[in-house]
Structure formats: structure tokens, C-alpha cells
Design a protein around this ligand. Structure first.
Ligand code: ZN
Length: 422
């Protein structure tokens, strides 16, 4: 049985790798072929110089070439952790330390899970460093200093530990204390925790890393307040964020639910857009709010959470699964770690479905902005502006974007906006 489990996992693991790697290669070739023929949509040709297009192609290719190695590195890492004896080693270590030095219940499980998570975050440093300080820097996007980078990582680790350990403790306690329906109790707990995070992330955690301020006085602010009133959005939920301290990339987002909801515009976006364009971006974000996109995504996540915990409940005592990866007896904490390490090749195929829903939301929010402003031009101009300034890929391979993109391609979005008759 153990061999069968390992065989099935490795087959799906290889398939996932082939699809991921193959899509990246397809995308690389597609971008190069378009560049060779200078085939870009006319609305971009008019708004961007040849040098800017060349730059965006080089940026896309640099990221895709690096992705090859990052993909291979990430896969090798998972294989080493699963088959290199790390899990049994960590299990013995957590038993020694957790058993002898800590009287806290579930100390062993906490150390085991925390140890594996730490291995992953340390191992992800090389690829993260290269992409920040080599690729992003080469194209003028990186503004992060070493000091800030280090401070971010330490803060992230601290916040992750302070929130993660109590969370994990409750899950381990529920698994042990609530009998065979533990997974339903855990479902309610994790669901509640997710709701809490949707509220405290924008209001308490994100401000640890960035400054959020009311929009600067001026025409943009006045017109935004007017628009917010028209749409019925609470105006003290609109912020400018100092994104420029880490990166020259520009962006905007809508987050949170209830009283914690907020629209955030990066200072880089405010600086690079005309007032009309900035207003269009804000109208788009209000569209996400009005059309309840966060709520809909939460419902989808909750369904996946329920199904995931049900599957976990079937596997949690299944001895061959643990034996297949070198662990001599089942335990709740090892089940959690194994489940998260092994589920990737199975859940990989859900990614494009969620992206598809997200892309549908983006089309709807664009449409909302056009209808609210009664003018398609500012939204289109804002999109072209964002695309050009961020050197976004103008010609992704259709399979690649269908799989990986949470937003429709710039060309698709502009096309859809032009098809709306106001
Ligand atoms: Zn959006």
C-alpha cells in the first residue's frame, strides 16, 4: 500500500510539474514570437514607445527564465523534505524537545509544524532575494533596501508565529478533544478565524508594514468623496499607501468586510495617473464592494475548506499514509503537515477555476466603473497606463493566462470595455 501511495503522489506531482513548466515555456515562446513581428494591439501601440514595449518583453522573459529554475528548485525541495528523512528527524526532535522542556500540551505538534514551516520559509529566501534584488532591481522596480527587507522578514516571522501558534494549538486541541466529528468543529473554528483575519488584516496587520493615510487634499480626493457618496461607500475607508518604499509597481485594491472594508490606492498609482484615471480605478474598486465580490470569494473558500477538512478526516488515522513518508505512527500534527505537503498536485487543478471566477469579477468591476462614470475612456486609459508603467506582459499565451491570471489580460479588458455601449 505504501508503494502505491508514493507512486500515485509522484505521478501527480510529475504531471503538475510538466504542466507548470510547459505553460511557462509556451508563454516564453509566444512572447518572443510576438516581439519578433512587433504584433501588439493598436491601443497599446499608440500609447507606448517601442523602447517601452521592448522593456516589457525583456522583463517578461527575465521573469519566465527565472521561473524555470524556481520551479525546479521548489519541486526538489518538496521531494527532499518528503523523502530525505526530514520528517522523521523532525518528529524525533520535536518529541525530545517538546517532551522534556515544555509542559504545554501539544508542544510536540507545535514544534513539528513550526519546524517544517520554518524550513520552507528559509528555503524560499534564495528565490525571493534573486527576484527582488536582481530582476526587480534591473528593471528599476525595486526600492527595498537590505535593511527594510530584513526587517520585513523578521516582522513577518514574528506576526506569523504570534498568530499561527495559537491558531494551530486550537486546531490540535479540537482534533484531540472533540471526537470523530472534530473536523466539523475545526471547520467552524477555521471559518471564524478566516472572518476575523479578513477584518484584522487590513486594520491591524497591514499597517505594521505600510503607512495608510487619508488621500492627499486636492481634486482627486474631492471627486472621489463625491463618487463615494453617489455609490454609498463610507468615505473614511479610502486610503493612500506608501507602496513606493518597496517597489515602483503601482496598484490598488479593495479589502475587508463590514466596518473594516477599505479601498487602498498605492502612492505610486496616484502619482502616475491623471485625476480622471485615478477616479476610474477607484470606481472599479467600489464595483468590487457593490457587487459583493469578497463575500462571493469567501463562500467559495468556505466550500473548499469544508471539503478539505472532510478529506483530512478520512486520512488522519490511515497508517499506510504515514508509513509511506517514514513516520511510524499516525499523529494529528503530522497529518496536518503531510496533508498540506501532499495536497498540491491534487488541488492544482482548482487554481484555474478560482482564477476564472476572479477574472469574471474584474470584468464586472470594470463595467461598474464605466457605468458609474458614464464614460469608458478613463477606465481604458487607466488600464493602459497601469499596463505600460508596470511593464506587464502584453501578449501572454492564452493557456498561460487562463491558468495563472487572476485578472483578464490588458487586451481582454480593454476589448471588453470598448464593447460596452454607454
Ligand atoms: Zn479589480
Amino acid at each position: 500500500m505504501e508503494q502505491l501511495i508514493v507512486g500515485l503522489f509522484l505521478a501527480l506531482f510529475a504531471l503538475e510539474f510538466i504542466i507548470e513548466f510547459g505553460l511557462n515555456e509556451l508563454n516564453l515562446r509566444y512572447v518572443r514570437a510576438h516581439w519578433a513581428e512587433r504584433k501588439i494591439p493598436d491601443f497599446f501601440q499608440r500609447n507606448m514607445s517601442n523602447a517601452e514595449y521592448k522593456n516589457s518583453v525583456e522583463y517578461t522573459l527575465a521573469k519566465a527564465r527565472f521561473q524555470r529554475w524556481a520551479d525546479i528548485y521548489g519541486r526538489v525541495l518538496i521531494l527532499i523534505i518528503l523523502f530525505g528523512g526530514l520528517l522523521p528527524l523532525m518528529d524525533r526532535f520535536s518529541q525530545d524537545v517538546g517532551g522534556r522542556f515544555l509542559s504545554l500540551s501539544h508542544a510536540r505538534g507545535l514544534i513539528f509544524c513550526f519546524g517544517v514551516a520554518l524550513v520552507f520559509s528559509v528555503a524560499s529566501l534564495p528565490t525571493d532575494l534573486y527576484s527582488t534584488f536582481k530582476i526587480e532591481a534591473r528593471f528599476g522596480f525595486n526600492k527595498t533596501t537590505w535593511k527594510l527587507y530584513l526587517a520585513d522578514k523578521l516582522k513577518g516571522l514574528l506576526v506569523g508565529t504570534l498568530i499561527g501558534l495559537p491558531f494551530l494549538w486550537v486546531v490540535l486541541w479540537l482534533m484531540e478533544a472533540t471526537g470523530s466529528y472534530w473536523w466539523i468543529w475545526t471547520f467552524f473554528f477555521v471559518f471564524g478565524f478566516q472572518l476575523l483575519m479578513v477584518i484584522i488584516y487590513p486594520t491591524l496587520i497591514a499597517p505594521l508594514f505600510n503607512k495608510f493615510e487619508p488621500l492627499p487634499e486636492g481634486e482627486l480626493r474631492n471627486r472621489i468623496l463625491h463618487l463615494a457618496e453617489q455609490v454609498g461607500f463610507k468615505t473614511n475607508g479610502i486610503f493612500s499607501m506608501d507602496g513606493s518604499k518597496r517597489s515602483a509597481h503601482s496598484n490598488a485594491y479593495f479589502t475587508g468586510i463590514g466596518k473594516a472594508k477599505r479601498i487602498v490606492l498605492f502612492d505610486t498609482l496616484i502619482a502616475q495617473m491623471t485625476v480622471d484615471q485615478g477616479l476610474a480605478v477607484l470606481a472599479h474598486e467600489m464595483g468590487h464592494y457593490k457587487l459583493k465580490h469578497i463575500h462571493r470569494m469567501l463562500v467559495v473558500q468556505t466550500i473548499f475548506l469544508f471539503l478539505g477538512l472532510y478529506v483530512l478526516s478520512l486520512l488522519v488515522d490511515y497508517r499506510p499514509l504515514f508509513a509511506a513518508f517514514g513516520l511510524d505512527k499516525p499523529s494529528d500534527y503530522a497529518a496536518l503537515v503531510l496533508f498540506s505537503l501532499l495536497s498540491g498536485p491534487f488541488t492544482f487543478y482548482l487554481g484555474p477555476l478560482i482564477n476564472r471566477l476572479s477574472r469574471k469579477h474584474e470584468y464586472e468591476a470594470d463595467r461598474f466603473a464605466v457605468d458609474t462614470l458614464r464614460n469608458p475612456r478613463p477606465m481604458e486609459e487607466a488600464l493602459v497606463n497601469l499596463t505600460v508603467r508596470n511593464l506587464a506582459n502584453l501578449t501572454p499565451h492564452p493557456w498561460y493566462s487562463a491558468y495563472h491570471y487572476s485578472h483578464p489580460t490588458p487586451t481582454e479588458r480593454v476589448g471588453a470595455i470598448r464593447a460596452i455601449s454607454v
